[in-house]
Structure formats: structure tokens, C-alpha cells
Design a binder for this molecule. Structure first.
Ligand code: MRU
Length: 352
């Protein structure tokens, strides 16, 4: 059975608490949009697509609770309620575009509002919110298949691949983006080995990706972030694939801190560096990576491990959660619509 990070059925939403993995596997109940906001902010759930899905589903729960309340017996109040809820969710974490993209879609009320029929509007809105999970899994499988095909073409049938952060079932509704590509390579018997980085400071690699790779029995080795160049040289890594939180129109791609240096190192070794992400991660309103807002997180993520202090008291700390890999270092952006060179993205802007 594949790992189930988000469990939803009408009226009930539970998420696997990613702050406790891999030692404890425990689900938390999300009852309201405020619970959803907190779980995203505290990173009980993380990963750009999973953030958006939990946001949408927490919205659907709040909708159901309030569906019969009198104040929604007015079209404008219902619209305001939807838009305000999404604005609150978007503010939890700024870099990942997926929540913003969902908020923009639902703010265009014509996609769910049935004029003059509030009951039908509420039903349609609920069905749309609930369909987000299934849609994400479909997207991820296509990303996986396009990515595997591309990498087999460029690298061959013995792929030793490196990935960073966590982009698997825990970061999405299931299957994963960059980890989905790895899964598809494994299924196609083209994967020799995976190296996953620890991903300091928050350790998504050692805590979550390593957990998923062991769970799926995919041959893999964990390394510290500082070992990447040595591992490429010594262990025959011939490709790098990572996810993205936001891709600018020119192809610059924001992803977990450390991604930029991986792209630089890949260039040095002349191995292909790929981004794998849903098409909706491309932000056509953002011209280049310079415009991407990078979230800065608490210094405690660096100075403490498991609540125990490891850094000298009094030291200054800088803790950006993401960085931007420049387009010129990216071989291809793998999406459910196919693989694009960074400079091809602008031509996709108005393609439905
Ligand atoms: O801070 P996180 O753990 O939310 O960062 C996650 C990443 O950087 C992922 O690579 C990205 O969101 C893509 S997840 C499919």
C-alpha cells in the first residue's frame, strides 16, 4: 500500500504529522480552515502541492459546517467567505505558488457559482474542492512518466540519481513530483540507485525522503548536503532531479535551500539537472527568480535539533527556506504536459 499522507472523506480530514516522522506515525485531525492554516505554518504538512491540497480540503470542511448558516443565504457573503478563507491560507507560507494558484482559481467565482442558486453553488464548490486530491495524483503520475522517459533518453538505462528535500507522497496527494520521476524510473527498471540529501536545516531528506524510499524498497543512500560533489565524483551519480515551489516565466526555479548549489555542481560535472513540478507551479506573473519572495524561518531550525541546542549561544543565524536555481543551469522542467527547456516556458503561457 502506498503511503497515505492525507486522508479525506466528506466531513473528515486527517494528515500524517510530518513533524513526528519517521519515529512516530501519527495522524492529526483538521477540522477548520484555521487548523489547516496552523498545520501549514508549523509544517505538520509541507511540500508545495500538499500545502494547497490541505488548504483546499480544510476550506471544504469549513464550508460544510457553515453550509446551512443563514449568513450564506446571500451570494456576495458566500463569495467573500471563500476569498477571505483562501487569503488566510495563502499567508501561511509565501514561497510555494500552489496555494496562491488555487486561491486565484476559486476567486474566479464563475468556476463554481451558479447564479441565483445558492444551494447548487455550495454543492459545486464542495465537489471542486474535493476533486483537488485526485487531480494531483494524476498530474504526478504524468510528471513521473514524462521525466522517466526524458532521463532514459538523455542518461540511459542505468540511472544513478540524486534528489533533495522531499517531493514524494508526503509532499503531494500521492506518488510525488521529483520522487515520482524516481518511482517511474524504478518501475521501468532504469534506476540503478538513488542518493538523497539530508536537507539541512529541516532534514526533509533524512526524515521524510529516506522514509519513503525505505517504505517503497527503492535502493537508496542518504548523504549530508556537504557530500554532494564527492558523491557525484565517487558514486557515479549521472542526474539530479528536484521539485519546485515556484518557477518564474524565464525558468528560474525556487526550491528548498541548497537547490542552487546542486545546480552549480551539476554544471561542473556536466550532468543534467532537472526540475519536476506541476504546470501550475509556473508563475507566469513572475518574470524572473528575483521577484520570488523567499520565506525566512526561525533560527531555532539551525540552532537546535530535537529541541536540544547545538549551536553557540549568541551566534547570528540566517535561515532562508528556499533558494533559486537560475534557468541557465536547468536542463529541463518536467511537467504533466511534457518536458520544457526553461526558455520554452514563455511560449506555454496561454496554452490551455
Ligand atoms: O519547506 P518545505 O518542506 O515545504 O519545502 C519543500 C520543497 O522545497 C519541495 O521540493 C517543493 O515544495 C516541491 S514538493 C513536491
Amino acid at each position: 500500500m502506498s503511503l497515505e499522507a492525507i486522508k479525506y472523506e466528506r466531513g473528515s480530514l486527517e494528515i500524517l504529522d510530518q513533524l513526528k516522522l519517521p519515529l512516530i506515525s501519527e495522524y492529526i485531525r483538521i477540522r477548520t480552515i484555521e487548523d489547516g492554516y496552523r498545520a501549514i505554518k508549523q509544517m505538520n504538512v509541507r511540500g508545495a502541492p500538499a500545502i494547497a491540497i490541505v488548504g483546499c480540503l480544510s476550506k471544504s470542511l469549513t464550508n460544510q459546517k457553515q453550509v446551512d448558516r443563514k449568513e450564506f443565504e446571500d451570494e456576495n457573503l458566500l463569495k467573500t467567505f471563500v476569498v477571505d478563507g483562501f487569503n488566510r491560507l495563502v499567508s501561511a507560507r509565501p514561497t510555494a505558488v500552489n496555494m496562491t494558484e488555487a486561491a486565484q482559481r476559486y476567486s474566479q467565482v464563475d468556476s463554481w457559482l451558479v447564479r441565483g442558486d445558492l444551494k447548487a453553488s455550495k454543492t459545486r464548490l464542495l465537489a471542486k474542492l474535493e476533486s483537488e486530491m485526485e487531480a494531483d495524483i494524476k498530474t504526478n503520475k504524468l510528471i513521473g512518466d514524462h521525466g522517466a522517459e526524458e532521463i532514459r533518453k538523455i542518461v540511459g538505462e542505468q540511472v544513478t540519481i540524486l534528489t533533495h528535500c522531499n517531493t514524494g507522497s508526503l509532499a503531494t496527494a500521492g506518488y510525488g513530483t521529483a520522487l515520482g520521476v524516481i518511482r517511474s524510473l524504478y518501475r521501468d527498471k532504469a534506476l540503478y540507485h538513488v542518493f538523497c540529501t539530508e536537507t539541512r536545516p529541516y532534514n526533509q531528506g533524512s526524515r521524510l525522503t529516506a522514509y519513503e524510499l525505505v517504505y517503497e524498497k527503492i535502493p537508496a543512500t542518504l548523504i549530508a548536503d556537504s557530500m554532494v560533489s564527492a558523491a557525484i565524483k565517487e558514486k557515479g551519480i549521472n542526474c539530479i532531479v528536484v521539485g519546485a515551489d515556484r518557477v518564474a516565466k524565464n525558468g528560474d526555479s525556487a526550491n528548498k535551500i541548497g537547490t542552487f548549489q546542486l545546480a552549480v555542481v551539476a554544471k561542473h560535472f556536466k550532468i543534467p539537472f532537472y526540475i519536476a513540478a506541476p504546470f501550475t507551479t509556473i508563475d507566469f506573473n513572475c518574470e524572473s527568480g528575483d521577484q520570488i519572495v523567499i520565506e525566512e524561518r526561525s533560527p531555532k531550525e539551525l540552532t537546535k535539533i530535537g529541541g536540544k541546542r547545538i549551536a553557540a549561544e549568541g551566534i547570528n543565524v540566517w535561515n532562508p527556506a528556499f533558494d533559486v536555481a537560475p534557468a541557465e543551469l536547468i536542463e529541463g522542467i518536467i511537467t504533466e504536459r511534457g518536458v520544457f527547456k526553461p526558455d520554452e516556458l514563455k511560449n506555454q503561457m496561454n496554452v490551455e
